[in-house]
Design a binder for this molecule. Structure first.
Ligand code: ZN
Length: 249
């Protein structure tokens, strides 16, 4: 049995199993509610940004690791090997990294004016961007779904660059979510910030929660489209968009 630090997840779990009191479990004291960033932000470990996001304390973080260690051990993982001893910590960090969309993205807000300055006749033909790859976590199973996004809009007075649309996709995909919601949230963002004549969002994804567990056909894809403005009322416009984006991935 290798020597493990007393505050490591596996040591915490061993103490839990033995029925011993563990300093990080279970009640939250006033002291634990205080930010404790001096301990946790050092050299970025274990994720200064992530802790700032939810005002976690170092003790909460340790407790999260202990919970993860308990679950992984129950599932059959051996946490005493060099390869796995830091897995609970890496898992929590990976969860934070994968859900950074909750932190928003100030750089997505940059929009540019077009030549059009008002008037219903200054429509630009549809602008189609994509495919933009994305990864999200299914809120039902916390397993990834991933695929490609296409976004189209008919600009009025504002346009937005491709890099901003990539940021927009990431902002709404990097969360616990469902595919339909990503499309709706992206379309709503476009309407609110660009005030275009129309918006179309098309998302095609593979869901690991169905593929890994053998519920569905292994290569099945889920397709979701969201329409706003001219795309809701003009079937020909929808058809032009779909014919341009289908098969691109
Ligand atoms: Zn799922």
């Amino acid at each position: 049995m290798p020597v493990v630090p007393l505050d490591s997840p596996q040591a915490q779990f061993a103490l839990l199993e033995a029925g011993a009191p563990v300093r990080t479990l279970p009640e939250e004291t006033e002291e634990m509610k205080e930010p404790d960033s001096g301990v946790v932000s050092e050299a970025g470990e274990p994720g200064a940004e992530a802790i700032a996001r939810h005002r976690l304390t170092a003790k909460q973080w340790t407790r999260f690791e202990a919970h993860a260690a308990e679950i992984f051990t129950a599932l059959g993982m051996d946490l005493s090997t060099p390869s796995t001893q830091d897995t609970p910590r890496r898992f929590i960090r990976a969860m934070y990294d994968s859900t950074r969309g909750y932190e928003g993205d100030s750089k997505v807000l940059t929009v540019f004016p077009t030549e059009c300055r008002g008037g219903a006749d200054c429509k630009i033909s549809q602008i189609i961007e994509g495919p933009i790859p994305f990864f999200a976590l299914c809120e039902h199973h916390v397993l990834p779904f991933h695929g490609m996004a296409h976004i189209a809009y008919i600009a009025h007075e504002h346009i937005v660059g491709l890099s901003k649309l990539t940021r927009l996709v990431h902002m709404y995909a990097r969360r616990f979510t469902v595919q339909e919601r990503i499309g709706q949230e992206m379309a709503d963002w476009m309407v609110e910030h660009l005030e275009p004549h129309g918006v179309a969002v098309h998302l095609e994804a593979a869901h690991l929660c169905t593929q890994m567990r053998g519920v569905h056909e292994e290569r099945s894809r889920t397709v979701v489209s969201s329409w706003r403005g001219a795309y809701e009322t003009d079937p020909a416009l929808r058809q032009e968009f779909l014919s341009r984006v289908s098969g691109q991935r």
